[in-house]
Write a protein that binds this ligand. Structure first.
Ligand code: CP3
Length: 346
């Protein structure tokens, strides 16, 4: 039991109730987060200040006693560390100086990555020391396709036409970018594990915009290469894959040789997931983040429905995507109560 419920669950142990943590559990919905956030103008500088990153990593653990903490950082620290210009415009989300020509790939280099991201690793070491022994600490990275989306679009996008056109028209040059990202992400994840992360999650937030054929080559295959690259350096570290909005193509990601768990979004039915995915792989998910805003009996009903479907198998309770800023913190406390008091029906 010393490794805690979250890591034991990923290793195959069953408990009467599943462990719980929430994507984006540190964030603007918490007044104590906003207070620390207000002390630094630039979001990246905030991420690169270990004392502040540690403080906001611990806030949701202190308040809610969740089973895992996730280090406070962002997926876009990797393009930043590769040498691309990244900034966060107030109220507009992330911005990057977009890659428009394969010749620019040559300017990106992973030689500086470990130095540039040293503050993230310092934060992980300090957070691991500060956390209770049975609370797991997660490291993370964006998967290559999602990072390529931001790097080529220069930020979020309505249709991601630029990145898709590049991948469809010039697959060879797109593959060079993906290869560079695979190597950079393995470095970043290995560094996080060496600093003290107990497990890691790979966020492929935009996987769902790809047709199935392309999904295999540009989302799953690079994620599997990352898993094998990381395992070569750290054979035991559990890796959670989150290919968001891929629908039934989630079946392709049942790869227990690569991933310890598969994180499912709200679009995947819990009943289908229990039947088709869970017998092969531990699942994580998949409450609608808006249910957490709703709270009350609606939250109780929906969380219990998910528990009744998935709580009998290998399962980590989470959301289908991140906590949103409008979420009342009391509803998170309510959800933790519901999960911890759940009684399996049979
Ligand atoms: O608590 C945690 O989950 C850890 C911290 C974390 C952040 N971003 C902090 C953050 C994690 C795991 C991420 C991952 C991330 N970042 C993803 C993958 C997960 C997903 O949501 O699909 C993506 C796509 C990003 C890129 C990103 N960073 C966006 C689109 C935004 C703007 C959206 C927003 O809410 O403003 C960010 C900024 C960001 N990253 C914030 C936080 C708490 C908000 C900025 C602020 O507080 O000023």
């Amino acid at each position: 039991m010393s490794r805690g419920k979250f890591l034991e669950t990923l290793a195959g142990t069953r408990f009467p109730t599943p462990p719980i943590w929430l994507m984006r559990q540190a964030g603007r919905y918490l007044p104590e987060y906003r207070a620390v956030r207000a002390t630094t103008k630039s979001f990246l500088e905030f991420c690169y200040t270990p004392e502040k990153a540690v403080e906001v990593t611990l806030q949701p653990i202190r308040r809610f006693g969740l089973d895992a903490a996730i280090i406070f950082s962002d997926i876009l620290v990797v393009p930043d560390a590769l040498g691309q210009k990244v900034w966060f415009a107030e109220g507009e989300g992330p911005k990057l100086e977009p890659l428009t020509d394969p010749a620019q790939f040559g300017q990106l280099s992973r030689a500086r990555l470990t130095d540039r991201l040293a503050p993230v690793y310092a934060a992980i070491s300090a957070a691991r020391q500060a956390l209770p022994a049975d609370t797991a600490l997660l490291g993370f990275a964006g998967a290559p396709f999602t990072l390529a989306c931001y790097m080529i679009e220069g930020g979020g996008s309505r249709d991601f036409a630029k990145v898709k056109l590049w991948a469809y028209r010039h697959p060879d040059s797109f593959a060079l970018l993906v290869d560079l990202l695979v190597e950079a992400i393995v470095d970043h994840l290995a560094n996080q594990v060496e600093a003290g992360a107990d497990a890691v999650q790979l966020f492929d937030s935009w996987a769902g915009i790809l047709p199935e054929e392309q999904l295999f080559g540009w989302s799953l295959e690079p994620m599997v290469r990352i898993a094998h690259g990381l395992r070569a350096r750290h054979p035991k570290v559990p890796i959670i894959a989150f290919p968001r909005a891929v629908g039934p193509a989630a079946l392709m990601y049942r790869r227990p040789d690569s991933f310890a768990a598969l994180s499912i979004d709200t679009g995947i039915g819990a009943h289908w997931a229990a039947k088709e995915l869970q017998p092969t792989i531990c699942l994580q998910g998949n409450l609608d983040p808006i249910m957490l805003v709703a709270g009350g009996p609606a939250l109780e009903r929906e969380a219990t429905r998910i528990l009744d479907k998935l709580g009998h198998g290998s399962f980590v309770f989470n959301l289908g995507h991140g906590v949103i800023p409008q979420t009342p913190p009391e509803h998170v406390a309510q959800l933790v109560e519901i999960v911890r008091n759940w009684k399996p029906s049979a």
